[in-house]
Structure formats: C-alpha cells, structure tokens
Write a protein that binds this ligand. Structure first.
Ligand code: CP
Length: 302
C-alpha cells in the first residue's frame, strides 16, 4: 500500500498537482466510482469544519470506501488525556488512510510520522490546507483555462490564512503575479514573501481593496479568523476591514472570478453572489472531485 501523505502542498511536485487536477476532472464527469470497496478511511476533525469534512466524507462514500471518525474531539479519549500520538497510532490500526484537521501547526506532519497509513492534512492551524489548495487550483484552471501567468489578488487575513499560504506555494509553479491586500495587522508573513523572492515571483502589497480590484484574474477573498487571534481587541479592530459588494465590480476584468475558501462572514456581501464573477459555491463543489482524486492518488489507485 502507498505510504505517501499530503501534509503540505510542497509534498506534491508540479506533475503530481497536474495529475490530481486531471483525475478530478474525470471524477467530475463520473461522480460515482466504487474501486475503494473494502477500504476504511478515518475522518478526524479536532476543529470545526463544514466543507472539508463533508466533501472528504462524500468523496470516501462515492469511491466505495467506508468512513469512521469524529467531528467533535471532546467525545473522544483526548478528553481523558490521550495524546495525539497514541490516538493516531490506534486509528492507524483500523484504517487505510487518515484525514485530519487539528488546530496545532505541525500536528499533521507529526501524525504522518507516527501513522502507518497515509495522512491527509485537512488544515493544521494557520499553517497549511493542501486539499483546499488543490481545489482552488482546479477552480482557477476551470475558470481561466490555464494556470500560467495569472494575477492573483489575495485579500483579508493573509497572516493566519492557511489557504493563502498553501495557494501561494502551489501557484509558484505557474509564473504568477500576486497582489496582497491586507491591513498591517494581517499582512502576508515574511517567510512566504521570502519564498516568492527566492523564486523571482513578483508581488505587491496594499491595504486598499479598491486599488487593484480591476487588475487581477482571481480575487481570492478570505475571512478574518477570530479563532486564530490571541488578542481579541486586535480582532475587533480588523474584523470588518473589507467588504466586497456588487457595486465595486463595475470595471473588473471580464474573466475575473472571485474565490473564497468559505465560510464567509462580512467580507463578501450577498449581492455579489448573483454576479457573473462569484465562483465560491462552485469552488466548494469542486472540493468533492478534487478530494476523490487526492484519496485515489495517495492510495495508489489513479
Ligand atoms: N474551506 C474550508 O476549510 O471550510 P470548512 O472550514 O468548512 O471545512
């Protein structure tokens, strides 16, 4: 059995990324495939989720495997003091793969080191969310017809936003240009800007949402995540920093699409949903096909 895990998007080469996107396209055309019949996959969510957990579990079902797990760790023996290491070693004995979300950065890498089966990181704190990145790439490819040479404007919480960190690294394979739109408190961390500098990838920073709205192909909106702040006063200062509404979209590029990993709160007004630029609900649907492709690939089937 394959032992390859997906913890960071950097665990996948450009070729592997493109392979998963192509397989996802096939799954979108044929949503039910039973070739994982007899397999069991664990879905361990130590942190809340709607899309990631439900789309992974739907993907597991559509592939013919069975799913075990939990969405509330307070009902597990963690509440009696069991360590993550012991939990993962135990669950490894029962299943063929583990999908895990955990609030601690690095927890998924650690889990992959103690597990005897592949681990998929479904989000570890502010660090990485690689399956989200693959569905983001799939949605970008679907809307733009290419991944090469695009301008991506990332907006909002770029400091704690793990989806922006993973996406930036994945897009580095495809000659992108970035606009980082964030208030001072939530700017893209230096390590990610150093990563772009080391690859000669252009980026500009602004705190104005209006300034570069009209010069991007993808507007990647993010939520200011209350759960990542240690200082709630700081959260209160920045929580409503940007709200995109339909009246702001009058001069955007005709090919421009708005993505958002969701959930949204106030950063995208409801009237944007009815514009031709909104793509975030289709993006969330794409999570199903991409997660079917990730599971199949890691288990050595496609
Ligand atoms: N995009 C995302 O991770 O959503 P959930 O938190 O609902 O899984």
């Amino acid at each position: 059995m394959s032992r390859k895990s997906l913890i960071s998007i950097r665990d996948f080469s450009k070729e592997e990324i493109l392979h998963v996107l192509e397989t996802a396209r096939e799954f979108e055309q044929n949503k039910v495939q039973n070739f994982l019949e007899g397999k069991v996959i664990a879905s361990l969510f130590f942190e809340p989720s709607t899309r990631t957990r439900l789309s992974f579990e739907t993907a597991i079902n559509r592939l013919g495997a069975k799913v075990i797990g939990f969405s509330d760790a307070s009902n597990t023996s963690q509440s009696k003091g069991e360590t993550l290491k012991d939990t993962i070693k135990m669950v490894s004995n029962y299943v063929d793969m583990i999908v895990m979300r955990h609030p601690l950065e690095g927890s998924s890498r650690y889990a992959s080191e103690v597990a005897s089966v592949p681990v998929v990181n479904a989000g570890d704190g502010a660090n990485q969310h690689p399956s989200q990145t693959l569905l983001d790439l799939y949605s970008i490819l679907q809307t733009q017809g290419k991944l090469e040479g695009l301008t991506i404007n990332m907006v909002g919480d770029l400091k704690y936003g793990r989806t922006t960190h993973s996406l930036l690294q994945a897009m580095s394979h495809f000659n992108p240009r970035f606009i980082f739109t964030a208030p001072d408190e939530l700017k893209m961390p230096k390590e990610y800007k150093d990563f772009l500098d080391s690859r000669g990838i252009e980026y500009i920073e602004t705190d104005s949402l209006n300034e570069h709205l009209n010069d991007c192909d993808i507007l990647y909106m993010t939520r200011v995540q209350q759960e990542r702040f240690t200082d709630l006063m700081e959260y209160e200062r920045v929580k409503d920093v940007y709200t995109l509404n339909a009246s702001m979209l009058g001069e955007v590029r005709s090919n421009m699409k708005i993505l958002h990993p969701l959930p949204r709160v106030t950063e995208i007004a409801q009237d944007v949903d009815d514009t031709p630029y909104a793509y975030y609900f289709k993006q969330a649907e794409n999570g199903l096909y991409v997660r079917m492709a990730i599971i199949s690939y890691l288990l050595g089937y496609r």
